[in-house]
Design a protein around this ligand. Structure first.
Ligand code: ADP
Ligand code: MG
Length: 280
């Protein structure tokens, strides 16, 4: 069973497409190029990126710093418009932000400090007109329980650790019951042990709730653990180098020889100028 779970399912951008027998994707990123324009110059962040995300996928975007991962996530969230290509959610073009796509960021300051934990989770539900006060409070408590923080519902964010703040941010995002949960290196600022714990909790939560996840990371190990599929992005500007299946790997694969081999193989695919033809 060499290289189990590391089969290449789609590759390098312009390879001929096989006839698809798959259902319509929930999220389609279709030839998306993204740019930043300043008076002096244009920075191309991604070049014709394409991938599909299906319901209950844990799709990971993996690439080196600066390859356009955050920019892609912002485009999916609707904050940035593509200069080329299209992003579709449930078959409809994304033209702006919406409560069907919620982002969890890396930073611990994403929670307004003057609101309690419960108010933080309930606020978007009320502000978006999704729920009235009482229902919003109930749903907030429900999701706080899921992330193990019901005892801290009335605490203020500054009294929480970094990991706890990220749990609140995750509860707040899931409480909105988005079509897609977008996470931009959510555990990157945590210490190694807390990070491992948070990966474990995220997977347990996914087992229970089965949300659809697009998760950005620059860590090969984290990508293998968290994702069921991984899109590998080349360095700046980001292009899809390959797409691999990673459902066979989990937290209990860490440290094993096969896991190390898979990680090394991904490293080569990411950084070699002309990656070798991938074979399962
Ligand atoms: P990643 O998240 O993979 O580290 P980013 O999406 O943040 O990468 O950035 C992709 C590229 O776009 C980088 O070269 C970065 O310098 C550039 N970039 C990001 N934000 C801006 C901005 N606001 N203005 C100009 N260039 C930017
Ligand atoms: Mg980033």
């Amino acid at each position: 069973m060499a290289a189990a779970g590391l089969s290449l399912v789609r590759a390098p951008a312009d390879a001929p497409q096989e006839p698809l027998a798959l259902p319509a994707p929930l999220l389609a990123v279709d030839g998306v190029s993204l740019e930043y324009r300043t008076p002096e110059r244009v920075v191309r962040a991604t070049h014709r990126v394409r991938f599909d995300v299906y319901g209950a996928d844990r799709f990971v975007l993996l690439g080196a710093s600066g390859c356009g991962k955050s920019t892609l996530l912002k485009a999916i969230a609707g904050f940035i418009a593509p200069v080329e290509g299209q992003i579709r959610l449930d078959g409809r073009a994304v033209t702006g932000p919406g409560p069907d796509r919620i982002v969890v960021f890396q930073e611990f300051d994403q929670l307004p400090p003057w609101k309690t934990v419960r108010q933080n989770v309930a606020f978007p539900l009320r502000a978006s007109g999704t729920l009235a006060r009482r229902e919003a409070d109930e749903r907030a408590l429900h999701y706080l329980e899921k992330v193990g923080l019901s005892k801290f519902a009335d605490a203020y964010p500054h009294t929480l650790s970094g990991g706890m703040k990220q749990r609140v941010a995750i509860a707040r995002a899931l409480a909105m019951q988005p079509r897609v949960l977008l996470m931009d290196e959510p555990f990157a600022a945590l210490d190694a042990l807390t990070r491992r714990k948070m990966q474990e909790e995220l997977l347990a939560l996914w087992d229970e709730v089965r949300f659809t996840l697009v998760f950005v990371t620059h860590s090969i190990e984290e990508a293998l653990v968290v994702g069921n599929r991984i899109g590998l992005l080349s360095p700046h500007p980001g292009r899809v180098r390959a797409e691999i299946n990673s459902h066979a790997w989990g937290l209990d694969s860490l440290g094993g020889a096969e896991f190390q081999a898979a990680a090394q193989r991904i490293h080569r695919l990411l950084f070699e100028a002309h990656p070798p033809e991938a074979t399962p």
